[in-house]
Design a protein around this ligand. Structure first.
Ligand SMILES: [Zn+2]
Length: 178
């Protein structure tokens, strides 16, 4: 018995009625970038079903170099596999930041220095990942993605904020492409 045992029992229930989705474009033609916080799971908040949308999650839901690499690869893969089905638009990337984000503690210099020592991550990197105002960081990360030369112009980007108090997602930047 480990802590995952009850979840494996849930999986047993899930697999009983399971039908494997075909390899196809994401049904929602969307990639979600969001925080890894367990209170903001996009599958639940946005009602995603299997096959709807790839979801990339990290602390804060920040557009890091690793996230840009993942999106560039997904754009390449979609073009290779389904190029003929796609007109001008590959997919939209929705950057979703949220209120009460745990990364906001990193705005405090003392907390940040302690975190840098404990994790080996440079303090500047930790500071850059902090989400104190999700409206500001969502907008900044949309701009960062749009400015990246490895993201094709067939990918559009939008920015949103999820409010933990209300469960509501509001759009701060409408979808735009380069
Ligand atoms: Zn968060």
């Amino acid at each position: 018995m480990t802590r995952i045992t009850p979840l494996l029992e849930r999986n047993e229930q899930f697999a009983r009625d399971y039908t494997a989705p075909a390899l196809a474009l994401p049904a929602a033609q969307l990639i979600v970038v969001s925080c890894l916080d367990h209170r903001v799971d996009p599958a639940i908040v946005l009602g995603l079903r299997l096959g709807d949308a790839p979801v990339i999650r990290n602390a804060g839901g920040r557009v890091t170099p690793a996230v840009i690499e993942d999106i560039a690869f997904l754009a390449f893969l979609a073009g290779q596999l389904f190029g003929r089905q796609l007109a001008d638009a590959l997919f939209e990337v929705a950057v979703i930041h949220h209120t009460q984000c745990g990364t906001s503690f990193l705005a405090d210099p003392g907390f940040r220095d302690q975190a840098a020592v404990a994790t080996g991550v440079p303090a500047a990197t930790l500071e850059a990942s902090a989400v104190t105002d999700p409206h500001v960081t969502a907008k900044a990360d949309v701009e960062r993605l749009l400015a990246s030369p490895s993201i094709p112009s067939t990918v559009s980007v939008s920015g949103h904020v999820y409010d933990i108090a209300t469960g509501r997602v509001t759009t701060t930047v409408d979808a735009q492409s380069r």
